[in-house]
Design a protein around this ligand. Structure first.
Ligand code: PLP
Length: 367
């Protein structure tokens, strides 16, 4: 699709069907494990549900369009997408850089599984990614990093990787393709959880890989086929159904995050706030260069765990739950998941409530 359209228009168009009179405007899911074969050896497009599915294809073409990729592949979770890519790229002897301040289960997988297969795993903070990449073969970056929300300069990192001939993979979960397009900044592959803002209703787990190198994408597809980390067709259809409104929802989440970050930044009960959209955030300059929207997550530190619990208890709108990108605003004390953060650290995931209602609710709850 051409670059004339805004993101919401692109997401609405991406999930529509061909205008064939009498056909549904939005294609229904194709729920099938097996398909009719031809009598000769000629293979039909779809034959068995672990190889391919028409609803996957529709979702994949919408995701590829949004990420600015030639192709996308859907997976049963964000972790399935990420670990499949790592298994394809990281072989014995490979030096792999993973984010020290990113999603902790990716780090665990690299250290607990890949390291035992002969992969040298190096952890680097967002600020140290370029330095760590200088002698690496594969670099996985996550920006803004979950949960601390530091930002990696993707253009610079991509140039460093290209110079060295290494492969750059970017986790685009927190930014979404509405926030940034890592492939246009020079990344080789995008990996992401579609569990968050793209599906956006806190009711499914899904992931995807997007890229434009045919051999790399073919290798990832083979890995999905053989390891079987596939997405059910009904879940694929639910993601597709949600994707049309994802631009709209993400806009509101970003608007809420910006307003909340500004309010919390000036609040005496809050020790510090990180949000890439705050003009004085250490990441803002780089974020403003590479992001169109700054995301729906805000990181804060209160005095201790009790202060975070009190915030949730006194609020009429907040829910205490993990994950992000849903319609409800939620709070998660990341220390409970093993992240290297303090007791009073909270990741706030903004929902789509009215901005004024949220700000008033936080003001009341923090009193
Ligand atoms: N990447 C990031 C940045 C995440 O925050 C998460 C989950 O929270 C994942 C990947 C994994 O996604 P999933 O839970 O869909 O496997």
């Amino acid at each position: 699709m051409d670059g004339l359209y805004g993101d919401s228009t692109r997401s609405v168009k991406a999930v529509g069907s061909e205008p064939v009179p009498g056909n549904p405007v939005v294609a229904p899911p194709v729920i099938a494990s097996t398909f009719h074969l031809s009598p000769d050896e000629a293979q039909p497009l779809d034959k068995y549900g672990r190889y391919s599915n028409p609803t996957w294809r529709q979702l994949e073409s919408a995701l590829a369009e949004l990420e600015g990729a030639a192709a996308a592949l859907v997976f049963g979770s964000g972790m399935a997408a990420i670990t499949s890519v790592l298994r394809v790229l990281a072989k014995p002897g490979t030096k792999l850089v993973v984010p020290a301040d990113g999603y902790n289960q990716v780090r665990r997988y690299a250290k607990e599984y890949l390291a035992s297969q002969g992969v040298t795993v190096v952890e680097a903070e967002s600020a140290g990614m370029c330095a760590a990449a200088s002698d690496a073969d594969v670099v996985l970056a996550e920006t803004p990093a979950n949960p601390g929300l530091d930002v990696v300069d993707l253009h610079r990192l991509a140039m460093d990787c290209r110079r060295r001939g290494s492969t750059l993979v970017v986790d685009n979960t927190t930014a979404t393709p509405f926030g940034q397009q890592p492939l246009s900044l020079g990344a080789d592959l995008v990996v992401a959880s579609a569990t968050k803002a793209l599906s956006g209703h806190s009711d499914l787990i899904a992931g995807y890989v997007a890229g434009s190198h045919p051999e790399l994408m073919a290798a990832v597809e083979q890995e999905r086929l053989l390891a079987g980390a596939i997405l059910g067709p009904f879940e694929a259809w639910l993601v597709l159904r949600s994707l049309g409104s994802a631009g709209l929802r993400f806009d509101r989440q970003c608007q809420n995050a910006q307003a909340l970050a500004v309010m919390l930044r000036a609040h005496p009960a809050v020790r510090w706030v990180r949000y890439p959209g705050l003009p004085d955030d250490p990441s803002h300059q780089v974020a403003a260069q590479q992001m169109k929207r700054f995301g729906g997550l805000v990181a804060i530190e209160l005095t201790d765990a009790d202060a975070v619990h009190a915030l949730v208890d006194r609020s009429a709108l907040l829910v205490a739950s993990t994950s992000f990108g849903g319609i409800h605003t939620s709070v998660d004390r990341r220390i409970r998941w093993g992240d290297p953060v303090s007791d009073g650290f909270a990741r706030i995931a903004l929902g789509i409530e009215d901005t004024d209602d949220l700000i008033s609710d936080f003001e009341r709850a923090l009193q």
